[in-house]
Design a binder for this molecule. Structure first.
Ligand SMILES: Nc1ncnc2c1ncn2[C@@H]1O[C@H](COP(=O)(O)OP(=O)(O)OP(=O)(O)O)[C@@H](O)[C@H]1O
Length: 295
């Protein structure tokens, strides 16, 4: 018997399409697959449910949600032989896109049934894991405002974007050093990515691979508002490297240091995460997660 546990985030992707036992059963075989559905009731609950599923000897644990849900589930599976399945139900679904797991539920469930396992790299930022990307600067501020608005809708996103733009000029100067290089004052973004997709088919690190043993880093120095509009356009056409204030490179390990603050506001797989340390150590665990993908 193959024990498959589905951990469902009911609010992911605005919670419009819950997953039910009736919907799942036709894709699996009675007597071969033993299905369990668990619903996450609050932030970080998916991690508790996954730990319980590991105790219950699940063979496959499926994260049903977006990158935040995947992060909570997959964090418990690192270094185990339990395969992570994904049913993309989030808004952006960055990691699922990189893994070519379609949003069409039937196709995503077929991938789980077919059980084709690959190993992928996992990032680590000061002890916390990330699977898609992490970063400081504009994206971290945007997500912080988005989460505090409590409106997980496109309007909430637009309003968070407007507040982040407005506040950019007001921010206290923060001097940030990347590795041992010259400090930068208020860099626009420092994005460290394992995946080539950020969600919504957007990418700031199109050359990133989940299996190359490397992190792809994008650093954009402080830029003015017109340059930000130009950057927005370059993101849409996947040509961020045309911006002369940008620098991209690959590495296994990167250190960030902030001289003017005792903490970093970061985003980790699209969720705000305050790290109470003025030093960030970001590294990679090669091929440490088993994930189900299309062949
Ligand atoms: N029942 C719940 N009520 C409120 N929040 C929840 C609940 N269950 C899970 N969460 C939280 O929901 C957050 C968002 O989840 P997730 O990232 O999967 O969806 P999304 O934001 O729609 O997708 P994406 O990240 O791909 O854009 C996660 O931080 C998770 O901890």
């Amino acid at each position: 018997m193959i024990r498959i546990h589905f951990i469902v985030n009911p609010i992911a992707g605005h919670g419009n399409a819950p997953l039910t036992q009736e919907e799942l059963q036709p894709f699996f075989i009675n007597g071969v697959h033993d299905l369990t559905i668990k619903v996450s009731e609050y932030k970080a609950h998916a991690t508790e449910l996954t730990k319980a599923s590991i105790q219950e000897k699940a063979d496959i644990i499926v994260a049903c949600g977006g990158d935040g849900t995947i992060n909570e589930v997959a964090t418990c599976l690192i270094g185990t032989d339990i395969a992570l399945g994904i049913v993309p139900m989030g808004s952006g679904n960055g990691l699922a896109s990189n893994l070519k797991i379609p949003k069409k539920r039937r196709k995503a469930l077929e991938i789980i049934r077919n059980k084709h396992v690959e190993r992928m790299d996992v990032g680590n930022i000061n002890g916390r894991y990330f699977f898609s990307n992490t970063g400081v600067g504009f994206d971290a501020s945007l997500i912080k405002h988005y989460e505090s608005s409590e409106k997980r809708t496109i309007l909430g996103y637009i309003s968070a974007c407007a507040i982040t733009f407005r506040d950019i000029e007001k921010n206290e100067p923060l001097s940030i050093t990347v590795d041992e290089e010259t400090p930068m004052i208020n860099p626009f973004i420092i994005l460290i990515s394992n995946s080539n997709e950020m969600g919504y088919k957007l990418s700031l690190t199109p050359k990133a691979s989940l299996q190359d043993g490397l992190l792809d880093v994008l650093v954009i120095k402080k830029i003015g508002k017109f340059k930000m509009l130009w950057l927005g356009f370059l993101i849409l056409i996947r040509k961020v490297h045309w911006l002369k204030e940008s620098k991209s490179f690959q590495t296994k390990n990167i250190q960030l240091k902030c001289d003017d603050s005792e903490f970093f506001d970061t985003q980790v797989d699209g969720e705000h995460n305050r790290i109470d340390n003025n030093h960030l150590n970001i590294s990679l665990l090669e091929k440490s997660l088993c994930v189900l993908t299309a062949k």
